[in-house]
Design a protein around this ligand. Sequence first.
Ligand code: EPS
Length: 417
Amino acid sequence: MLRWFTAGESHGPSLLSLLDGVPAGIELTSDDLRDALARRRLGHGRGSRQKFEQDVLTIHGGLRHGRTLGSPLAIEVANSEWPKWEKVMSADPVPREDLLIDAGTGDEREIARNRPLHRPRPGHADLAGMLKYGFDEARPILERASARETAARVVAGRVAAALLEQAAGIRLVSHTLSVGAVSVPEDAALPTPDHLEQLDADPLRCFHEDTSTAMVAEVDAAKADGDTLGGVVEVLVYGAPVGLGSHTQWDRRLDGRLAQAIMSIQAMKGVEIGDGFATAARRGSVAHDEILVAPSPVGDGRAFPRATNRAGGLEGGITNGEVIRVRGALKQISTVPRALRTVDVSTGEQATANHQRSDTCAVAPAAVIAEAMVALTLADALLEKTGGDSVAEIRAHLEQSRTLQSALSDRGDDTAQ
Ligand code: EPS
């Protein structure tokens, strides 16, 4: 079982990622983790924070000479902006005068960072969090609700992706399907993990060149209008074996686990597996994936490929050997320059929401984050299926399971009743 948690605030000293149950023998370096962090910072429409704020990586445990030890992995992603926030976000009480500056006029005024945020933003956790946790301003809520936390998820996801690839040959890739009203055509080709460089180079992580150009224009138009944009991202998983997840209990169904993983990402509002909502409009005869009988691509036996992959690689909550397709719908960033109506909780009067700056569009990084969440969910499902304390042991268990499965597939007419 893979367990993992994150901790830390958006403007705190660091974000922390703690992974427990990581098998021994995964080859991984701090550069692999840095690359993953850099990938999360990409994307046209990101705000100014991405330019000046640096992720500073330190590995505190679980890795030695480029290999996991089987012990918990402890990874820190420090925030290079921390010195500016040291007082505002101090763990210990701070004298009131340290949170004030003399603007040269003799008047004391609060530094902007410490100004209480009394006008919660619609769409953000601000107001619900303030009411729930008993705060009279939004800072204590937004600091943890912020999507900066996803930096910690992405490093954890990179560990999971290395495990999946090295133990089971499973590879993932993520891309953008839509930004605002601009969508990739339905019949467009899907990327594979070999297209990673091309996707990283695209301003919106879009695999369809013309659509990408239109997406850039959509982001620029929204920015010019003082607005923000959402979109849809997709994660594709290649090489997943048959049999991850289970139909036997609600919380073991892998589609349900993937849905939770995606929905847990800040600003996600919808999830689809395979063709998802489009399937509901079809008739059954064109909704499912017919099972074909073909010679096995490995050995002399048979294989059961599908005529289509509308189910997105999952049936009954179990992987069926086809490419896994998971989509997430990301809402628009809640900090809208053209600020929305809200309440000023200090006066109880109608007001407009807090706004200092904002990203116009966070869809491209959301794809990378969704990929990390899918990797973590699949790594857990793989370990559940195979057990094993080391990469070598997982490989051996998986091989055994494949042999048993192909013995079943190879049964000829003599066993058919
Ligand atoms: C975020 C809003 C923006 C993002 C931030 C998440 O920050 P701010 O409102 O302070 O400009 O830039 O994301 C990151 C800093 C990051 O590293 O991803 C939000 O409201 O969740």
